[in-house]
Every structure is written in structure tokens, then in C-alpha cells.
Design a protein around this ligand. Sequence first.
Ligand code: SF4
Length: 197
Amino acid sequence: FSTSKVNLKDLVWLSARSFPPCMERLHTSLKQQHHLRHWGRMQYGLFLKGIGLSLEDSLIFWKNEFTKKMNTKTFDTEYGYNIRHNYGKEGKCTNYTPYSCSKIINLSSSPSEYHGCIFRTVKHESLALKLETVGQDQPERVQKILQLSQNKHFQIACQQYWLLRHPKETTGEPISTLTGTIHPNSYYNNSIEYYKR
Ligand code: SF4
């Protein structure tokens, strides 16, 4: 995972530019709802830890959103512990790592939750709308992603989505062959590298 530090103030533009779609969705939902349920907090919180968000900034980040709906004492009591726990500062002090795609794909969810892999959980029509918006100039790739998603090739769909969002990538290779394996954090790391070139 990333060894560099991420600043809290950069999360807004980073989420729109370089986050995998599952994490971008969680970020947007958190900003809109000021809350995420358990698996959403776990999936997104560990991803943020993996890209280099410190425990201190993580506590500020979640508190800023949640206290739009609850008081600080409730947040500290009910949610602060779990955030520190994810960073290995509570309980057995395990240093938890971000979830892999296969773990995320296999999480079950309800309509009121936003975690999971969007290529599996988001309805075809909504996914098509999102892809057509971000990939207006690449209709063939949009169709390819939708097809892969319908055929349950979620991770390959996501590799193609990365190429859709990073159109100057000249290798044309899916990110799995660029990095060895697909992972939400490798999606992010590859995007950061892409913009450094
Ligand atoms: Fe997220 Fe992985 Fe699904 Fe891509 S394939 S949306 S990184 S869970």
C-alpha cells in the first residue's frame, strides 16, 4: 500500500480523479448522507488508511461528516473506537489492511447501503448512465464495460474503467498486467503514477 501521506484537504479532488468507482461512490454518499453503515465505513476507512490518511486525519474526516447528524459525544462513543481499531490502536491492536476486490465483491448489501463493487451492486441502467457520462468519447469501451459487468467479470470491467478514466494510457493493457493484480488501492496507486508521468 501507499507509503506516502495523503492530506485531508486533497480527498475531494483525489476521490473524483483517482479513486476506484466503489470508493468514489462511498465518498460521495458519505458527503451527501453524513453517514455510512458498518461495511461502508470498513471498506472506505481501510482504503483511506491504505492510501496514507493518518489516524488523526481519519478521525477528523469521519467526525466532520457524522457530527452533521449527531453530537460529538455520540460520535466519539460509537464510532471513534472503531476508527482507532482499524489503525491498530484498540483491542488486539491488529494492523488491518484494506479490503481486496474479491472481499468487496462478496459483501452483501441492501439498497440503503453503498459499499460493495459497483459493477456488481449498481443496477444496469444506473451504471450505463454513469459510464456514458464519464466516457462520452469512448462509447465502445463503455459498452465493453457494461457487457463485462453483466457477465459478472467485475474486476475486468474495472480494469477497463481505469483505462476509460485514464485515456492517455498508451499501453492499452489492463491494470492487472501492469501491477500483477487488481486491488482498489492498486487502482489508486496506478492513477497517481499516471498523473506523475
Ligand atoms: Fe472496487 Fe475492485 Fe469493484 Fe473496482 S473491481 S469497483 S476496485 S471492488
